[in-house]
Design a protein around this ligand. Structure first.
Ligand SMILES: [Mn+2]
Length: 437
């Protein structure tokens, strides 16, 4: 019997909802991700599994910092020293934009460490384990630029390119599958989207130009288990042999994953009654950082007390907490945000957003000439008349961006700097109003 640990989508370097930890120089969220990773490694070591199979996306991006690379390598070495091989499949976040550049995992291939395998090309790999060889057919993320030349891609639609990519991959997959020795178990490891997969939050990490595998393309009888990576929600795509399973990510990226279990999959491979290799699998949760949303709908004119009372009912200790307060506009000044923050102190990290109900006061009122359209501030037009047209000015409400624009132009801020400040202001405003309806 063989036992394999299948985990995926580590995404070291994701830092949202984290603070800088002065002791490590890393975000506290990176600390969370490493702790979950340690959990997987510890399990593999204490259970003395035969193989650890990682199905891609080691880091948040293609250029991980040396510190993140060191932390990743440290954990690979722990397995290596225990003679447990690890197979590292290349995911889309590991692939560089230019074909000549290395993937984030290529360094392990270059170092040629015994027991460390890098699935950076579509093909058949033979992994030596203490229980005998396991064959892995690796299907890394298929990068258009790595497979086709620029000329091949010219004038092709995205659909045509993706179809060509899958056709190319399927013929390679046929070749690789033909080389499998039925004497030993064979696994298929794929980083990508399989039809029927339910996406979670990783949408925000995706590129939007993805190709999709048909289940029938991958459910080949040569394999006893299809290990999937890329989609962060753990899910079983197919239960019948060969089972097709997304291990899912080890930590939550954002609140859309609040209710998802995070963990890894333990696969047991043995011969069935017919003598063929077959797999059973089990999901094992890791203690991922808890995410918790608290919604408070203000019903009285004592909003702070209402919020504090609501917080008391939740297990906020050590969780990443999102507090959403729905409050009438006129009550907002009564909200004691300092007191609310103090109440949230046991949380690991807190986000407080307000959903304002009712009509806001205009941030700035200006006067406009109905004739020439020239805008004036009150101080500049004391008699409420346009100095040029001599007609009465009308009040004019400005949204914050227009108001800033007006202010900057009156301050004679250079045009280039104006544009930069306005674009930053738009960004800020977008963040501030993201939760406001
Ligand atoms: Mn991915």
């Amino acid at each position: 019997m063989f036992r394999v640990v299948h985990f995926s989508d580590l995404h070291l370097g994701v830092e949202n909802y984290g603070r800088l930890d002065p002791a490590t120089g890393l975000s506290t969220r990176v600390g969370d991700f490493l702790r979950a990773f340690d959990h997987v490694i510890d399990y593999a070591l204490t259970q003395q599994v035969d193989l650890v199979l990682f199905t891609g996306d080691a880091y948040k991006n293609r250029d991980p910092s040396p510190t993140l690379q060191r932390e990743f390598a440290r954990r690979v070495v722990r397995l290596r020293e225990a003679n447990i091989p690890i197979f590292l499949l290349v995911g889309n976040h590991d692939v560089p934009h230019a074909s000549g550049r290395a993937t984030t995992l290529d360094i392990f291939h270059t170092l040629a460490l015994p027991g460390v395998y890098v699935g950076n090309r579509l093909g058949l790999y033979r992994v030596e384990t203490r229980s005998g060889p396991i064959q892995v057919v690796a299907v890394p993320w298929l990068s258009r630029h790595r497979i086709f030349g620029r000329e091949d891609l010219r004038d092709k639609s995205l659909e045509e390119v993706n179809r060509a990519l899958l056709d190319w991959a399927l013929s390679r997959l046929d070749e690789a599958s033909a080389g499998i020795d039925p004497e030993w178990p064979a696994l298929l490891a794929v980083h990508g989207v399989v039809a029927g997969a339910e996406h979670g939050s990783e949408q925000s990490l995706m590129l939007g130009d993805e190709y999709t595998w048909a289940q029938s393309d991958l459910a080949r009888p040569e394999f006893c288990y299809v290990a999937l990576g890329h989609v962060h929600r753990h899910q079983v795509i197919r239960r019948a042999s060969p089972p097709m399973v997304y291990a899912g990510s080890l930590e939550r990226v954002d609140f859309s994953e609040e209710r998802e279990d995070k963990g890894f999959v333990v696969v047991e491979i043995d011969r069935d009654e017919g003598g063929r290799w077959a797999a059973r699998f089990q999901f094992r949760p890791v203690p991922a950082r808890r995410f918790l949303t608290i919604d408070v709908n203000i019903r009285s004119d004592r909003p702070t007390e209402e919020v504090l009372e609501a917080i008391e009912g939740y297990p906020i200790a050590d969780a990443v907490v999102r507090l959403r307060i729905t409050i009438p506009h006129e009550l907002q000044p009564l909200l004691d945000v300092g007191a609310i923050r103090r109440a949230l102190r046991p949380a690991r990290y807190e986000v407080i957003s307000r959903i304002l109900v009712g009509r806001p006061r205009p941030p700035l009122t200006l006067l406009t000439c109905p004739n020439c359209g020239q805008e004036y501030q009150l101080a500049d037009a004391a008699d409420r008349r346009c100095p040029k047209c001599e007609v009465e000015l009308v009040y004019h409400e400005l949204d914050p961006i227009r108001a800033l624009e007006f202010y900057l132009s009156r301050q004679n801020v250079p045009a280039e700097r104006q544009n930069r400040l306005l674009s930053l202001a738009r960004q800020l405003l977008k963040e501030l109003t993201a939760e406001v309806v």
